[in-house]
Design a binder for this molecule. Structure first.
Ligand SMILES: Cc1cc2nc3c(=O)[nH]c(=O)nc-3n(C[C@H](O)[C@H](O)[C@H](O)COP(=O)(O)OP(=O)(O)OC[C@H]3O[C@@H](n4cnc5c(N)ncnc54)[C@H](O)[C@@H]3O)c2cc1C
Length: 595
C-alpha cells in the first residue's frame, strides 16, 4: 500500500491510494470499504464525530418489514413520487434494494437500534413513506431514539479506527488537483490547509472521493450546522465541472419558529399533528390520505399557505403548531428525548403539555455534484472523470429528484458511500499515481496570502448575513421571477464586495477568521448557481415552487438542470451556462402527485 509523507519548501506532501474529503457518514462509510484494501486517508475540516450526520434525528429508511408488510418496490415508488418524478429511477431502485444490507451492515458494526418487543430492529413512520403505492403510511424508518445520526457516526468512526483509516482532522481541503494526461483529464490529488498550524498540505492520491456534505448556510433560517458551507461542491464547481439540480433545496416543515433548529419528522411519525392558530389539523385539507405524513415539500408549502392566508399563530401570526401533547410523556421522553429538550431549551415550551411553534427551515440540498450509480463524478451528462467520486449530500445521483423523502439521506450516505469506497479502491488497485504539477499548491497559497494580507474594509459577517437574508426572503418555499431576480442582484453586489473583505486575524494558528472568509466565497458561488438554476426552471416541481408558474410542466421540464461555469472569476457574476440532462424513467410514468 502506498503511503508516504515529506516536507519541501514548507509544504507537506503525502501520498495515499484513496483520499476521502469529509469525515461525515458518507466519507466514513466509504473509508470502511477502502481501508482494508488500500492506504486510505480521510481529510476532514471537522473532527469526524462532529460532522452534521451526527445531528440527524429521525431514522434511516429500509423496507425490512419488521413491524408490518413492506417492499423495496413500494419504497422505490415512494422515492420516485416523493421526488416529483425527477428521481432517476434506476438509482432509486439501487437505493431501496441495497437499503436492507446497509441497515444490517450498521447493525453488525454495533449500532444500537431501537428494538421491537421480540428483538427486531424497530421501525417508525415518516413523511411520504407508504404502503402499497400511497394507500397509507408505513413503518419503514429504522431508528435509535431521535439520535439515529449520532449513533451512525459513532459506529462508523469506531469501525474506521478498527480498519486503520488515517484521519487528518481539522484539515480544510481547498483545491482539487487535476492534470491533463495522454489519457485525458485525471485526478492527481488535493490541497488542504491545516487549521492548527496554518500549513499547506498536498495529498497525492490515485482516487479522490468528495463527501463534504451540504450547503445550508446559504440560508439564514436553517437546520444546518455552521460548517455546512458547500466547500466540496464549490471546489468541484471552480474546476469547471457541472452541478446538477441546484434549484431544488428542501425546506423541512418543522424548524423551531424563528430559529430553524430541527424537530424531526419522526415526531409526526409517532403521531404528532400540525395545527393552525384555531387548532385545525390543516393537513387534512392538503393531503387527505396521509395528512401530516405527506412529503416535506407539500407540508412546508401548506404551512406557509396557512400563514399567508392569515391562519398562523403567535403575535405576528407567522408560525403554526406541532402538537405532541396527546403522545404522552413516556413516548416523548423515550422515543423523542432530544427534540423534547430542544423545545424546552430554545423556546421554553414543554411539548408534553404545550404545542410547539414551528415553521419551515432550510434543510437539504437535493442537487450537487453529478455522479452515476457507481458514485463516479461526471463532467457532462455521461462522461466520467476516472478516479473522481462523490457521495452523500454533496452528490446528486439523483435518488432524491426534486424532493428528498425523510430518512432517505442517512440511507443514501450508507449505500452510495459504500459504493464510492468500493469503486475507488478498485480503481486505485490498477491505476498509477498521476504526477503532481510542481505548482500544485500555488493557487491556494496565493488565495490565502491575498486574503490574509489584504487591506480591504468589508466584513465577512456582514456579507454572509446579507446573503443569507436575501436567500431567506427571495429563494424560499415560494419563489417568483421577481424574487429570484432580486436575490440574483443582491448576490452580484455581495460578490463584488467579497474581494475586499478584511481578515482581522493575521496569524497562522487556528485562524478561523481566514477560513470563514474562504467558506463565504463558496457560499456566494453556490447561492448564485441555486438562483440562476431556479430562474431557468419555469415550472413548479417538488421543493421548487414558482408562484408565477404554479404547475408541473413535464413536456418542457422533466429534465435535470446541469449548470456549468463559463468564465473565470469576474467579480459580480461567474458566468453560468445551463443545460439539461434526461431523467431515467424505468417504471413509473409521471402522474398527478396526490397524497
Ligand atoms: C438536523 C438534521 C437532522 C437530520 N435528520 C435526518 C434523518 O433523520 N434522516 C435522514 O435520512 N437524514 C437526516 N438529515 C440529513 C442527513 O443527516 C445529511 O444529509 C447527511 O448526514 C449528510 O452526510 P454527509 O456525510 O454527506 O455529510 P456531513 O455529515 O455533513 O459531513 C461532511 C463532512 O465533510 C467535511 N468537510 C466539509 N468541507 C470540508 C473541507 N473543505 N475540507 C475537509 N473536509 C470538509 C466535514 O468535516 C464533515 O466531516 C438531517 C440533517 C440535519 C441537518
Amino acid at each position: 500500500m502506498a503511503e508516504t509523507s515529506s516536507v519541501t519548501d514548507g509544504i507537506h506532501y503525502h501520498q495515499h491510494d484513496v483520499l476521502i474529503i469529509g469525515g461525515g457518514g458518507a466519507g466514513m462509510r466509504a473509508a470502511i470499504e477502502a481501508a482494508p484494501k488500500a492506504s486510505t486517508a480521510v481529510i476532514t475540516k471537522l473532527y469526524p464525530t462532529r460532522s452534521h450526520t451526527g445531528a440527524a434525528q429521525g431514522g434511516m429508511a429500509a423496507a425490512l418489514a419488521n413491524v408490518e408488510e413492506d417492499s423495496n418496490e413500494w419504497h422505490t415508488y415512494d422515492t420516485v413520487k416523493g421526488g416529483d418524478y425527477l428521481t432517476d429511477q434506476d438509482s432509486a431502485e439501487i437505493l431501496t434494494r441495497e437499503a436492507i444490507d446497509a441497515v444490517y451492515d450498521l447493525e453488525n458494526m454495533g449500532l444500537p437500534f431501537n428494538r421491537t418487543p421480540d428483538g427486531k430492529i424497530d421501525q417508525r413512520r415518516f413523511g411520504g413513506h407508504t404502503r402499497d403505492h400511497g394507500k397509507a403510511p408505513v413503518r419503514r424508518a429504522c431508528y435509535a431514539a431521535d439520535r439515529t445520526g449520532h449513533m451512525i457516526l459513532q459506529t462508523l468512526y469506531q469501525n474506521c479506527v478498527k480498519h486503520g483509516v488515517e484521519f487528518f482532522n481539522e484539515f480544510y481541503a481547498l483545491d482539487l488537483v487535476m492534470t491533463e494526461t495522454p489519457l485525458g483529464k485525471r485526478v492527481a490529488g488535493v490541497v488542504a490547509y491545516e487549521l492548527a498550524t496554518g500549513e499547506i498540505h498536498v495529498f497525492q492520491g490515485k482516487a479522490v472521493i468528495f463527501a463534504t456534505g451540504g450547503f445550508g448556510k446559504i440560508y439564514k433560517t436553517t437546520s444546518n450546522a455552521h460548517t455546512l458551507t458547500g466547500d466540496g461542491v464549490g471546489i468541484i464547481w471552480r474546476k469547471g465541472l457541472p452541478l446538477e439540480d441546484m434549484e431544488f433545496y428542501q425546506f423541512h416543515p418543522t424548524g423551531l419558529a424563528g430559529l430553524g433548529i430541527l424537530l424531526t419528522e419522526g415526531a409526526r411519525g409517532e403521531g404528532a399533528i400540525l395545527r393552525n392558530a384555531s387548532g385545525e389539523r390543516f393537513m387534512e385539507r392538503y393531503a387527505p390520505t396521509i395528512k401530516d405524513l405527506a412529503p416535506r415539500d407539500i407540508v412546508a408549502r401548506s404551512m406557509v399557505q396557512e400563514v399567508l392566508d392569515g391562519r398562523g399563530a403567535g403575535p405576528n401570526k407567522d408560525y403554526v403548531y406541532l402538537d405532541c401533547t396527546h403522545l404522552g410523556a413516556e413516548v416523548l421522553e423515550t422515543k423523542l428525548p432530544d427534540i423534547t429538550e430542544f423545545a424546552r431549551t430554545y423556546l421554553g415550551v414543554d411539548p408534553v403539555v404545550e404545542r410547539v411553534p414551528v415553521y419551515p427551515t432550510a434543510h437539504y440540498a437535493m442537487g450537487g455534484i453529478p455522479t452515476n450509480n457507481d458514485a463516479e463524478v461526471l463532467s457532462d451528462n455521461e462522461t466520467v472523470i476516472p478516479g473522481l467520486y462523490a457521495a452523500g449530500e454533496c452528490a446528486c445521483v439523483s435518488v432524491h429528484g426534486a424532493n428528498r423523502l425523510g430518512t432517505n439521506s442517512l440511507l443514501d450516505i450508507n449505500v452510495f458511500g459504500k459504493r464510492a469506497g468500493n469503486n475507488a479502491v478498485e480503481y486505485a488497485r490498477t491505476a498509477d499515481f498521476v504526477d503532481l504539477p510542481t505548482d500544485a499548491a500555488d493557487g491556494v497559497v496565493k488565495m490565502l496570502a491575498q486574503m490574509r494580507e489584504g487591506t480591504g474594509t468589508e466584513s465577512v459577517a456582514e456579507i454572509r448575513k446579507a446573503l443569507q437574508e436575501t436567500m431567506d426572503r427571495n429563494a424560499q418555499v415560494f419563489r417568483t421571477e421577481e424574487t429570484l431576480q432580486t436575490a440574483l442582484a443582491d448576490i452580484a453586489k455581495l460578490r463584488s464586495r467579497y474581494p475586499n473583505v478584511r481578515i482581522h486575524d493575521r496569524g497562522r494558528r487556528f485562524n478561523t477568521d481566514l477560513l470563514e472568509a474562504v467558506e463565504l466565497g463558496f457560499l456566494l458561488d453556490l447561492a448564485e448557481v441555486v438562483v440562476v438554476s431556479a430562474i431557468n426552471r419555469k415550472e413548479s416541481r417538488g421543493a421548487h415552487m414558482r408562484d408565477d408558474y404554479p404547475t408541473r410542466d413535464d413536456v418542457n421540464y422533466m429534465q435535470h438542470t446541469m449548470a456549468y461555469r463559463t468564465a473565470a472569476e469576474t467579480g459580480a457574476s461567474q458566468g453560468i451556462r445551463l443545460d439539461w440532462k434526461p431523467v431515467r424513467v424505468t417504471h413509473y410514468q409521471p402522474t398527478e402527485r396526490k397524497y
